[in-house]
Design a protein around this ligand. Structure first.
Ligand code: HEC
Ligand code: HEC
Length: 396
């Protein structure tokens, strides 16, 4: 109603101006050539491909086993920042916007690529000024499920809301300050309407930027892998036993599942547990004999936690190479070989990788079981996540 009135007014004023100019011309006074009335442009539609009704981020219908108490208990969403469809939509735009970096060259997605499980195929990622990050980029899939709620390999961010503002201010990654970021977003015509939809008014603050980015990141949940299709053929609780054959798996994949789950075989589930395939907190998996990166130990200044790191999900691990905090392994075969024969006796090696006599536990897998384990890890690939439009770049 109001928009129509305004438009009519513009048309009227425009026509009046044209008549005036036309008359002036007749009277011989030099005047500028009349320009056609600019049609009012929607500042959002001008640069972004967004659906009229937002995509569904807030109410994804998860299978029963992902709604069980042990999974719900891992969720780190604060009550103050639940996912809304408009909030996650704003988060998606921010995530893909290179304007978040000092020189408009880098977005979050530059280092967290959808096709790579929201990680980076490079061992170290390149920041806005050509500098390299200190560690390997991390997958953002299922970030919502990590019970201690801490983020980064060394868990230095206490919450996701804290974490998402850190790369923006990082001197290697995006090089901005929060006041400069707020001021810049205010100059971009597409943001006020998006903030209005997400938060009820057009005010742009770093707190709202953090909330929206966190909502988008937490919305990225994987539940459509080959593993999920197989798991769904069993009741939600109790979980099927390790040797229960999934009907959609090959014999090799089923054997790999067993190797993964059984403590005396791969024993992987001791740390990559539940259907999220993550541990409740940081661990040391014996990559090095001595500390090369203090990890969480430096954050809490506690040497007994030196060289412990976050255990993020293994979902989509096929897409997130290279592996580990320093990206030292380029293939899943190398990762499996590490656990089969290469576990080092670091003083902080987690108990799940120690024998009763205290020595590191090497899984000593046969070549067939190593191959089966890799085949199983690949059943965790969810190609929907890798291609779904609601997680993709919305910029035209
Ligand atoms: C220049 C590359 C780069 C950019 C840009 C970047 N990241 Fe990251 N991101 C990384 C790296 C590298 C890590 C791991 C760093 C570490 O642990 O020390 C990481 C870690 C994370 C994590 C931790 C995941 C976990 O499970 O703990 C989140 C979440 C994240 N980034 C989100 C974002 C968001 C949101 C943006 C944009 C505002 C962004 N990143 C921009 C490279 C980047
Ligand atoms: C003691 C707990 C523990 C056990 C048991 C364990 N892991 Fe891990 N895993 C970790 C930790 C901790 C990391 C991250 C280490 C780092 O980067 O420093 C990790 C990382 C990984 C990664 C790389 C993830 C990435 O995004 O880079 C893969 C793949 C993996 N583990 C597979 C396995 C498999 C397969 C097994 C069984 C053979 C296994 N893990 C057993 C603790 C464990």
């Amino acid at each position: 109603m109001q928009a129509t009135t305004t438009r009519n007014l513009i048309i009227l004023t425009g026509s009046a101006l044209f008549v005036f100019i036309a008359c002036s011309k007749n009277s011989g006074i030099v005047s500028p050539t009349p320009t056609p009335n600019p049609t009012p442009v929607d500042p959002v539609a001008a640069v972004l491909n967004l659906p009229a009704t937002p995509f569904n981020y807030s109410n994804i219908g998860l299978p029963g086993y992902l709604n069980s108490p042990n999974i719900i208990g891992q969720i780190n969403t604060p009550v103050s920042n639940p996912i809304t469809d408009n909030g996650a939509t704003l988060g998606r735009v921010l995530f893909y916007d290179k304007k978040l970096s000092l020189n408009n060259t880098i977005s979050c997605a530059s280092c967290h690529k959808q096709a790579s499980g929201f990680s980076d195929p490079l061992t170290k990622s390149t920041g806005f000024n050509g500098g390299l990050t200190g560690r390997n980029s991390m997958s953002l899939i299922d970030a919502k499920y990590y019970p201690n709620g801490r983020f980064f390999w060394d868990q230095r961010a206490a919450t996701l809301e804290d974490q998402v503002l850190m790369p923006i201010q990082d001197l290697v990654e995006m090089g901005m300050t929060l006041p400069a970021l707020e001021a810049k977003l205010k100059t971009l015509a597409y943001y006020p309407p998006l903030f209005q939809k997400a938060f009820g008014d057009t005010v742009i603050t770093s707190g709202r930027i953090s909330a929206a980015l966190s909502q988008f990141v937490r919305s990225i949940v994987s539940f459509q892998s080959k593993y999920d299709a197989g798991r769904n053929t069993f009741p939600a609780v109790p979980a099927p036993p390790p040797n229960a054959a999934f009907p959609n798996f090959t014999p090799q994949e089923n054997r790999g599942k067993e190797v993964f789950l059984v403590p005396t075989l791969g024993g992987c589930a001791a740390c990559h547990g539940s259907e999220i395939f993550t541990a409740p907190q940081e661990k040391n998996n014996g990559l090095d004999l001595t500390t090369t990166d203090r990890g969480f130990g430096a954050v809490v200044n506690n040497p007994s936690l030196d060289a412990t790191f976050k255990v993020s999900t293994l979902r989509n691990v096929e897409l997130t190479a290279p592996y580990m905090h320093d990206g030292r392994f380029t293939t899943l075969e190398q990762v499996v070989e590490h656990y089969s024969s290469g576990v080092r006796n670091h003083p902080n090696l987690s108990p799940q990788l120690r024998l009763p006599n205290g020595l590191p536990r090497q899984a000593n897998l046969s070549p067939a079981d190593k191959a089966a384990l890799v085949a199983f890890l690949k059943t965790l690939t969810d190609n929907t996540i890798a291609t779904e439009v609601k997680y993709s770049d919305p910029f035209k």
